[in-house]
Design a protein around this ligand. Structure first.
Ligand SMILES: [Zn+2]
Length: 430
């Protein structure tokens, strides 16, 4: 993208004047952007920092150890891996003109057992943010898919995100501790740490995009700040004020939010410091949660009991309806061409018919339908089809075999039924 506006042209010019990454920054990045591990396989250990291998007979499988070659403090990991490639971002926070600038350096470490370790560091993206919260991005080109940088290209002006994925260049890098911020951000509470929040996200928040960001950072409620910036809202902002008045620091933002919702559930006063500033948050939270789970279990059981009773009552009513309906047809037997057709005379028989025929005659509670008479057609005791007759029109509504398919006797059964419909009409009238 070519610079079009005055501001874009200014950013491109200022960007070209930014200093190259310093040796100190590179050193810091190597130390802080990657895990430092000693990989143990049997008695052999190797260092992810220098690649050197040594024999260690202490059998230490966890904890920390010092590399005998480079002196780095390493975390011991039991692993058979012989190479360790790691990718990370180093973010340098600085200012230029009236812009807050975030410079993101792609950093990669390629470590191999008994080989020299190599690093690759390349500046891939700069976010230029103004005090009125406008952002201009300069970055390298990317392959399709996220963060596949094309390192051979030069950085150029980029569109920052789209409506589906706004702020797509927000990189959560390790922030180099020498931080320069615009006076307005300093006034709003930003010093050197971003408190676990992606730098660009916190900067936008402090420039007014998030109502409580400034209050939370100034009152050192960092855990709540992190939770709030990712959740995008505070359910009980007044509770934080009460904490601040009582010098109470929230240690776990997400658990604290959960705890406040539990207080609401039990109608406990979230304006009362006694509840809002618990000495042991985890204990207070777990106790309320346990109580809530007990109540919910009771409620669930009660709901299930009522549901069961309703079903029982309905079944009883259905049986009564069915019993009245079936009376005239008890003992009815239509015999022709070796096929015997009898009505289903009890709910149990509906159930048995459903079990062998795998259709919906029982599940759909046909027995409860006043206008429907259901019969079973059999040959030599084997069920062929289930027939439904409408008792208002005396027409065959359906006749279905196993799994709702027609059997090979389908036409025959229909014919026999139609020939004998007069008997059903006579019985229905009696
Ligand atoms: Zn080493």
């Amino acid at each position: 993208m070519k610079p079009r506006t005055k501001r874009e042209r200014l950013v491109v010019e200022l960007s070209s004047k930014l200093p190259a990454i310093t040796e100190a920054q590179i050193r810091w990045g190597k130390k802080h952007c990657f895990p430092h591990n000693a990989y143990r396989c049997k008695d052999e250990m190797w260092c992810s920092e220098c690649g050197k291998m040594w024999v260690d007979v202490t059998g230490q499988k966890e904890g920390y150890i010092k590399c005998p070659y480079c002196g780095e403090r390493l975390e011991v990991k039991v692993s058979r891996k012989t190479k360790d490639n790691a990718v990370s971002y180093l973010t340098v926070v600085t200012t230029s003109g009236d812009f807050q600038v975030l410079r993101h350096f792609y950093t990669a470490r390629y470590a191999r057992k008994e080989r020299d370790t190599h690093y690759f560091i390349d500046e891939v993206c700069q976010q230029w943010i103004t005090s009125d919260n406008k952002e201009i991005v300069i970055a390298k080109a990317m392959n399709m898919g996220c963060r596949g940088w094309i390192h051979t290209t030069d950085m150029s002006l980029k569109q920052s995100g789209n409506i589906y994925y706004p702020h797509s260049y927000d990189i959560d890098g390790y922030v180099y501790p020498k931080v320069n911020v615009l006076p307005i951000l300093r006034r709003n509470g930003l010093r050197t740490s971003f408190h676990g929040v992606t730098p660009a996200v916190l900067i936008r928040g402090l420039l007014g995009e998030n109502k409580y960001a400034e209050m939370l950072i100034k009152t050192r409620q960092y855990s709540m700040l992190e939770f709030y910036m990712y959740r995008g809202g505070l359910s009980h902002p007044w509770a934080v004020n009460i904490c601040n008045r009582n010098g109470y620091i929230i240690k776990d933002g997400s658990m604290y939010d959960d705890y406040l919702r539990l207080l609401d559930y039990f109608h406990l006063d979230t304006h009362n410091a006694h509840y809002v500033c618990p000495k042991d948050l985890k204990k207070a939270h777990d106790e309320l949660l346990k109580r809530k789970q007990k109540i919910e279990a009771r409620e669930r059981m009660e709901r299930e009991r009522i549901e069961r009773m309703k079903k029982e009552k309905e079944l009883k009513r259905n049986i009564a309806v069915f019993w009245k309906k079936i009376q005239p047809f008890l003992g009815l037997q239509i015999k022709d061409e070796g096929i015997v057709i009898c009505p289903l005379e009890s709910v149990t028989q509906y159930y048995q018919e459903w079990k062998t025929m795998h259709h919906c005659v029982y599940n759909c509670a046909y027995y409860a339908r006043k206008e429907s008479l259901v019969l079973s057609a059999r040959k030599n005791g084997k069920r062929l089809e289930t027939i439904e007759v409408n008792l208002n029109t005396f027409k065959i509504v359906q006749s279905r075999g196993v799994c709702n398919e027609d059997s090979k006797y389908h036409k025959q059964i229909i014919r026999i039924m139609e020939n004998n419909m007069a008997e059903i009409i006579r019985r229905a009238a009696s």
